[in-house]
Design a binder for this molecule. Sequence first.
Ligand SMILES: Nc1nc2c(ncn2[C@@H]2O[C@H](COP(=O)(O)OP(=O)(O)OP(=O)(O)O)[C@@H](O)[C@H]2O)c(=O)[nH]1
Length: 347
Amino acid sequence: MQRTVKTNHASADELLQKFKIKVTGNIIWAGGITELLLSIAQFLLGNTMQALIILVAGVFFTVMAWLYQSRRIPLPVRIAFVALLTVISVMSIHLNGHIGVYWTYPLLVACFFVFSGAAGILSALLLTIIFSTTAMLTMPMDDGWRIAATLIIICVLGSVFVVLLAELQKLLRQMVVTDTLTGLQNRHLVTQVLEKSIYSHSRYARPASIIMADLDHFKQLNDQHGHLFGDQILKQVAERMHTVLRKEDQLFRVGGEEFLIVLPATKLTEAMHVAEKLRALIADSAFNGKTATVTVTLSLGVAELVTGQSWVDWLNAADTALLEAKRKGRNQVRKASNAAREASVET
Ligand SMILES: Nc1nc2c(ncn2[C@@H]2O[C@H](COP(=O)(O)OP(=O)(O)OP(=O)(O)O)[C@@H](O)[C@H]2O)c(=O)[nH]1
């Protein structure tokens, strides 16, 4: 029976993107609702003109947040959100003095979330200049410079936060896609990489091949020498495999003792050659663990991408070839049969 190769559909980038969309959406929601409440307050205070402007902005942003639930709110809407609230805050400072300044702080902080990276820092800087200038022009200098100083502090702290967050994101992304034992890529980006090859194949007729490789009788090795010893061997296998591959080839650890190698611009015969080199490289010289020296072998299944094939079918073609290599006695390379490859395109 054919095994179905499982891969994780959500890449690290997709997860981060979803998180950003959620945070920005919630800020626009909160901004819209706050404006609606504020407009009621302004009506009650008798400031009809201000109340109307704030009401229109509040309705617009609440509707936008509702329309774009779970999607990225378009950049022009985000720019309009910050610009409108900036105008309202400037008006408020002008009319109400210190009380108006209170609105500038949350708006400044929101910039770092509504825009990403450098755009967030630049918009916060621009707002700091606008609000500081307004405060200095409309209030006594003694108050004006104090307000400017607090706004600058928030701007600097926010910028440091954005830079640190970007570093953290990079680190997290790296952690999510890396197998901690071997340092190879884990299965997270497999779908993305295979789909890229499929795109190149259909657009530019570029060939691509994959190799599924699985260590033989690894359970026995673990049972005999212990799991930690098994870990040491897995690490060394990964290191050795790297020496055979080109820079553009991608090596993944997709299961306990299972590896996937994606070979761009590689036809089946060349891929078979690489697989044979890998097989020999693992089998021909022993591995030195801390407590013993062992010989390990590898079974490999190779499949070239066929026109019209999906990434799942492509993976399964290589996996079927790997199972055949296991059935035929292990420590060998098998290629996906034409029949299996064609069947996967038809289904
Ligand atoms: N040391 C170690 N062992 C692992 C790791 N992940 C999976 N394994 C072990 O790998 C073994 C895989 O066993 P099986 O799937 O039966 O495969 P096998 O013994 O290699 O047999 P064949 O694949 O049929 O040749 C299991 O004993 C797992 O516990 C890991 O990260 N470290």
